[in-house]
Write a protein that binds this ligand. Structure first.
Ligand SMILES: [Zn+2]
Length: 502
């Protein structure tokens, strides 16, 4: 502990010589005042758990309707964020409404099972699941509950105490107000905390966040609207800015400290305790079902976002690498167990984040990420951006010198063929859900894969899919879904007829 402080002091001393900020007050003095203003270090340390409820917004969910277009903002309501500092647990529970589109009630919790950190989650209308922590996917104020645990005002205020004794506070404008900027250590990360010069309260902090999709981004957390909660003062407004753009914001109506009822969300539901056993035993695991569709085609069904696996004589191609790292790493093992051939390609149907969250892990497994030219900007950024804090499986395998998959492009149409067997990929520009959109067709079996367009009933995307298949003159017999199950082509005919007759 002492050695670490001395090293940090030396590092800061070096920084000071090249910095003009040595006119500011001693950082330690500013921090001590801030801690007193927030109720004192002892009171902050007495916070074992916190529950924050309110409403807010979330941006950058990766649901663009056209590539290069604007990502619709989402409204978050009925938000409950729970952090248990003692156990290292955190959870989101909220409704999310994306633009004018769909709404979902979602819960995701980072908890402990059999002595191991695992996750459990659910979305209204879908089953509960248990997964390893890298299988959690949130549409809340952050992408995972882990980020909520790492990025909150209580942890940051306490971390301020670790400031090196020799450091001088730097004056700068933060959130449009004069602040003292002070570097400190948050566990093993360096963060810069901002202390409001007028109020003497924690105004926020800056850190490096690794986002699943955006990669490494400069992140800014702004805290305001301080109110007393028990013995401490806490901010009731939080704003998160990543990469210079709004990411999420919350107005809390209530914050509770050390409420035992808050622990309920961390209880793994009874119906997924067998999954929890498996998650606790593995490094990366999410529940997946391996379903045969034809001699060479398999539908791999997950919690909510599915893939299609096509076996060729010499390799395997996957359509869709959705959702999470844990899902893709589980899929990699299933392919090894059931087929035992290398994964040559993964083909995403569109760049929405829920359908691309597992692409990096499949690239880490050696798959080329074969994308439509119209998706290049969005998907290249996902695959090629650095992910360092912490590194994901792709970043780790690259660092270890493992040969990983690269981005490959096709435009309009392409054919994957091997040993007389073929699959066709089409970049379709007439689909409302997103433009362009990729459809995959295994001609020999009449199997089409589509995501987000057809769920069995009529609708604008179903009509657009029907028209696209007519235009392409594909003889489809079965439709395999990125959501739901396998539908006969006749059901699309019926849906289209229902639309036409209206
Ligand atoms: Zn989509």
């Amino acid at each position: 502990m002492l050695a670490a402080s001395v090293l940090f002091l030396l590092a800061c001393g070096e920084q000071q010589s090249s910095d003009t900020a040595d006119t500011g007050p001693a950082a330690l003095t500013v921090v001590e005042t801030m801690l007193v203003n927030m109720g004192g270090l002892a009171s902050l340390r007495n916070i074992d758990s916190i529950v924050m409820t309110g409403n807010g917004t979330r941006n950058r969910l990766g649901q663009i309707p056209i590539t290069g277009g604007i990502d619709p903002d989402a409204r978050l309501s009925g938000v409950t964020e729970t952090i248990d500092f003692v156990s290292g647990h955190a959870a989101f529970d909220n409704d999310v409404v994306v633009g004018d589109g769909f709404s979902q009630h979602r819960t995701e919790a980072l908890t402990t099972w059999q002595g191991q950190k695992i996750g459990w989650g659910t979305t209204e209308g879908r089953p509960n699941i248990a997964t390893t922590v890298n299988g959690l996917f949130s549409w809340a104020t952050q992408n995972t509950p882990e980020m909520l645990l790492r990025r909150n005002p209580v942890s940051i205020a306490i971390a301020a105490e670790k400031v090196a004794p020799g450091q001088t506070a730097r004056q700068l404008s933060f959130a449009g107000r004069p602040h003292w900027a002070i570097d400190t250590m948050l566990n093993s990360e360096q963060v810069t905390i901002m202390i409001d010069q007028d109020t003497g309260l924690l105004g926020g902090f800056r850190a490096l966040d690794t986002e699943t999709m955006l990669g490494d981004v400069d992140a800014e957390y702004r805290y305001s609207d301080y109110r007393p909660v028990g013995e401490v003062m806490l901010p009731f407004r939080h704003e998160i800015i990543k990469d210079g753009q709004p990411y999420s914001s919350m107005n809390y109506s209530e914050i509770r400290i050390n409420d035992p009822s808050a622990q309920a969300v961390f209880t793994v539901p009874e119906d997924v305790r067998q999954q929890a056993d498996q998650a606790a035993a593995e490094e990366a695991w999410a529940p997946l079902q391996w379903n045969r569709v034809s001699e060479t085609v398999f539908h791999v069904v997950a919690f909510s976002h599915h893939s299609m696996v096509v076996e060729f004589p010499d390799f395997v191609a996957i359509i869709e690498g959705p959702y999470t790292e844990a899902q893709s790493m589980t899929l990699e093992r299933l392919i090894e167990d059931n087929i035992g051939k290398p994964i040559r390609y993964v083909i995403p149907t569109h760049p929405h984040y829920d359908h691309t969250g597992g692409l990096r892990a499949l690239a880490a497994a050696g798959a080329s990420v074969l994308i439509a030219a119209g998706h290049e900007d969005e998907i290249r950024a996902i695959i090629e951006s650095p992910h360092s804090n912490p590194p994901d499986v792709l970043a780790l395998r690259v660092a270890a010198g493992v040969e990983v998959g690269q981005v490959e492009l096709f435009s309009g149409m392409t054919e994957i063929s091997n040993g007389g067997q073929s699959m066709y990929l089409y970049e379709v520009e007439t689909i409302p859900h997103v433009n362009p959109k990729v459809l995959a067709f295994v001609e020999a079996d009449g199997i089409l894969f589509q995501s987000d367009l057809f769920f069995g009933g009529p609708g604008p995307d179903a009509t657009a899919l029907f028209n696209a298949l007519q235009e392409l003159e594909l003889e489809v017999t079965q439709i395999v879904g990125g959501h739901g199950g396998i539908l006969p082509y006749t059901s699309l005919l019926e849906a289209n007829a229902a639309t036409t007759n209206n």
